[in-house]
Design a protein around this ligand. Structure first.
Ligand SMILES: NC(=O)C1=CN([C@@H]2O[C@H](COP(=O)(O)OP(=O)(O)OC[C@H]3O[C@@H](n4cnc5c(N)ncnc54)[C@H](OP(=O)(O)O)[C@@H]3O)[C@@H](O)[C@H]2O)C=CC1
Ligand SMILES: O=C(O)CCCC(=O)O
Length: 489
């Protein structure tokens, strides 16, 4: 490791199950590299399937213990976990930038965001209300009781190494479930630091585990296990689809937060300055590697040129470099494959008639860095229209009428996020309702909040994380019908 931490014990090169640190994997080790330098920063064990099975068995025991805790006790432990994340925010942020590459200030922001899910669910734990339902028969009483589903599992991506864990684990643990997490092999150290803090917060053995190793092998064990009752996955649509098929035998409850293809629509009556601010914040967050990043900019003809000019000016100010440099706003993409995908979209678009209004063909800078790019003259035949680019490339298409803009925005099988900018209030309502997505930013580029239900529709998956809805994903309903002896009829 090439950074100094105030608390070096947060950097664990071991995984965590049954309340123990496991430093030997039956399948050897996995090296983790810093995307900004390609240097290996450490190794984690590659667990064998038997080892993962043992962690799941311990999670079943952890569940039995945890579900007996009072709600106040669960809330207290979660609150303590939240406090520890804040206390160690700087170290957690450094570990995240080291393994994921994002600017250190964004890592700090992600730790705050991740911790906010733990805080939210510490409070929601107290609000797992059931229902008393009026019964048709006078002698009956109907009670509906939410109960924890049991042992849950999470498979999480590399782009948000902390928040994608806490918004699943916070909900699961608040509901009374235990959870086994498999983080991305590209970014396991943030997850392991969180496990260390969870242990210090007082989570009983087996309640929260982190397993590392081959994703295919671990995915197989998690989906084949009848001990596990719920799987929550965030990642690509292709892997999500595969996991859903693998869960079919056990009929696991599932949440899938999959790829997006968010439109960002700017109408003639928009506040263009505000739209540019929102575009920079949403598109260039994590150097464009966010599932809710705008993937397609649709700009009405009256403000098209002004928007492109102002966006170019704003993007020219973004410094590209190493995430530990406090002034840097855009950093290395996660790996060479990510740069190749941006290159492929760029080449395809230029070949099909787009023009480059800012930037250059990706691939010239060292360490998988790319200067922000704007392409204009984009059309629907281009690959970047159909697939998530997951990088700092903003393609802009011009449109004439409101109807045309909405129709183009909805021209995708994905439905995670959508954004638009307009000022006429009737249009704001109309467009909010017409956009087909699980989340809409109306004159707003920053839509992520622990208190709101996060999730998509169609090929972007299903299930909601955060909000009042988040905990329900880890609960099942039991309806109890009370009769009275001698009172039937
Ligand atoms: N919705 C979102 O937030 C995300 C969307 N994406 C999209 O997906 C594209 C590809 O990114 P990529 O990292 O490859 O995403 P993946 O879907 O491959 O990876 C996400 C998670 O799934 C795991 N995984 C991969 N294959 C399997 C499997 N067969 N069984 C069980 N788990 C598995 C990965 O583990 P491991 O890393 O160890 O292989 C990781 O933990 C991106 O360009 C982007 O378009 C990517 C990340 C997040
Ligand atoms: O890309 C993702 O899957 C994470 C979304 C980040 C957020 O919650 O805003």
């Amino acid at each position: 490791m090439s950074i100094s931490l105030q608390d070096s014990t947060l950097f664990r090169q071991a995984c965590y199950g049954a309340g123990q640190w496991i430093d030997k994997g039956d399948e050897g080790t996995i090296e983790v590299a810093n995307p900004a330098t390609d240097e290996v920063i450490g190794v984690v064990p590659s667990l064998g399937q038997g080892q993962v099975g043992a962690v799941i068995a311990a999670a079943a025991e952890g569940f039995e213990v945890w579900k007996q805790h009072s709600i106040a006790e669960r809330a207290q432990v979660l609150r303590q976990w939240f406090d520890l994340m804040h206390e160690h925010k700087e170290d957690l942020a450094k570990i995240m930038t080291l393994e994921q590459g994002k600017p250190i200030n964004e890592s700090r922001g992600e730790i705050d965001y991740a911790a906010s899910y733990i805080e939210w669910f510490a409070e929601e734990a107290k609000r797992g209300y059931g229902q008393l339902v009026p019964a048709v028969k006078a002698h009956q009483r109907i009670v509906v009781r939410p109960e924890p589903v049991g042992v849950s599992a999470a498979i999480t991506p590399w782009n948000f190494p902390a928040a994608m864990i806490t918004r699943k684990a916070g909900a699961a643990l608040a509901a009374g479930c235990s959870m086994v997490v498999k983080p991305s092999s590209l970014t396991p150290f943030t997850a392991l630091a969180m496990a260390e803090l969870g242990e210090r917060a007082g989570l009983p053995a087996g309640v929260f585990s982190v397993v590392t190793g081959s994703s295919a092998d671990i995915g197989e064990v998690l989906t084949a296990s009848s001990t596990i009752k719920k799987l929550s996955f965030t990642g690509s649509t292709s892997v999500g689809r595969k996991l859903m098929a693998m869960c079919a035998d056990n009929l696991h409850k599932l949440s899938l937060e999959l790829g997006g293809n968010a439109p960002f629509v700017v109408f003639d009556d928009a506040d263009v300055e505000l739209a540019v601010k929102g575009a920079v914040a949403s598109k260039f967050r994590n150097t464009g590697q966010t599932c809710i990043c705008p993937n397609r900019f649709l700009v009405q003809t009256g403000v098209h040129d002004a928007f492109v000019d102002k966006l170019s000016a704003a993007l020219s100010e973004l410094k590209v470099g190493d995430g530990f440099d406090e002034d840097v706003k855009q950093t290395s993409l996660i790996n060479a494959g990510a740069v190749e995908k941006v290159q492929r979209h760029y080449d395809d678009a230029l070949q099909k008639g787009a023009s480059c209004a800012l930037g250059d063909r990706p691939g010239k800078l060292a360490h998988n860095r790319i200067d922000p790019i704007i392409l204009t003259g984009v059309n629907r035949d281009m690959q970047l229209w159909q697939e998530e680019t997951f990088g700092p490339l903003a393609p802009v298409m011009r449109f004439e009428t409101e109807q045309e803009g909405i129709e183009a925005a909805n021209d995708t099988p994905f439905g995670l996020a959508a954004y638009f900018y307009a000022q006429q209030s009737d249009r704001v309502w109309r467009v909010s309702e017409a956009l087909q997505a699980g989340m809409v930013g109306a004159n707003e580029g920053g839509i992520s909040n622990a208190m709101a239900p996060f999730g998509g529709i169609d090929q972007s998956g299903f299930g909601r994380e955060g909000g009042r809805e988040g905990m329900a994903e880890y609960q099942q309903l039991k309806y109890i019908c009370f009769g009275q002896a001698g009172a039937e009829g």
